[in-house]
Design a binder for this molecule. Sequence first.
Ligand code: NAD
Ligand code: DAU
Length: 338
Amino acid sequence: MKLLVTGGAGFIGSAFVRLIAGATEHSVLVLDKLTYAGNLENLAPVARNPRYRFHRGDIADLNGVSQLVADYAPDAIIHFAAESHVDRSILSPEPVFETNLRGTFSLLEAARRHKTPRFLHVSTDEVYGSLEEPHEADETYPLKASSPYSAAKAGSDLLALSYYTTYKMPVVVTRASNNYGPYQFPEKLIPLMISNALEEKPLPIYGDGMQVRDWLYVDDHCRAIFSVLQKGREGEIYNIAGSRSLPNLTVVKEILRITGKPESLLTRVADRPGHDRRYALSSAKLERETGWRPEVPFEQGLVETVEWYRANADWVARVKSGAYRDYYEKNYGSRVSA
Ligand code: NAD
Ligand code: DAU
């Protein structure tokens, strides 16, 4: 197969490309704008693979995307590209709507025009919003997005599904829980806390730190996406859960334990506006229909992730450029201690 992978230079997209290049004979064309989150170093392990190509472009550019789809004629589009960070979407919502909504629209339109045989839209459990104990969202759970990020993702899910309903386009949607692992940009909880801990900088905990997230190792997520690509039914949604729900404070204390740093680095800061308290989802449907199961236990995945950040201090130093420092100051500088 020829796969067009959008956002393939980001955290999860690059893990997916590395998986495909290593474990299959499929060809991959990555379409990526190389925003602050896109990094060709993430694709260095596949750079010499003759079945891999890279194209720099904006998914919101309908003509450009349509031409690319016409020229490459992919057997499937796997759509990862997004503005993916909730805090940035709160500070600056416009790029979120441009990429997550207009960008998804352009890709769907290009796929419709050129009759792409498969379109897999990668989405998130955030579209279900915050759930009370003991509820878990299945794929029929109502949408209740809280941030500009999750609202745009929910809108893009509905748009993708509308192309199935209206045009009979072969669309499948996946919704995964919080990912962690190597190459994650250090704006998200786990890589930010690891890199701050290794540098002995304060670890900023939003509010009381008792918000709950379900953690999924990135390679488990990619294997699930590949299963859905092969076996998922058209017009369907598949949740992908890590089945490891933990309060943020527990995760961060575990990072301090693994890195051997003191708990005095924990620093309470003002909460995220509209902060979802608890995510929880069931991937029973995915497990039943494809046989997929998460393989990497959280404790093992976290140790391996810490080791990766320790061993890749150069990668971390390069992505924590001037622009990163500006973002950090904007997001954390004005947060008074809670
Ligand atoms: P990321 O921020 O690490 O990477 C996003 C990639 O998209 C980058 O390479 C960036 O350059 C590219 N991109 C952004 N705007 C673009 C545009 N207009 N045109 C082309 N490329 C563009 O994101 P991630 O964490 O790897 O997430 C990938 C996908 O998975 C997203 O759709 C996200 O909503 C979804 N998701 C993420 C998580 C998570 O925990 N990170 C969980 C569930 C779902
Ligand atoms: O649930 C899936 C989603 O997970 C994805 O769709 C998003 O792309 C991804 O960014 C992630 O969203 P979250 O908002 O859950 O992830 P984040 O890493 O930003 O935050 C995780 C939790 O940690 C959340 O409760 C906020 C808290 N947090 C985060 C940061 C960055 C802190 O307490 N301090 C921090 O500095």
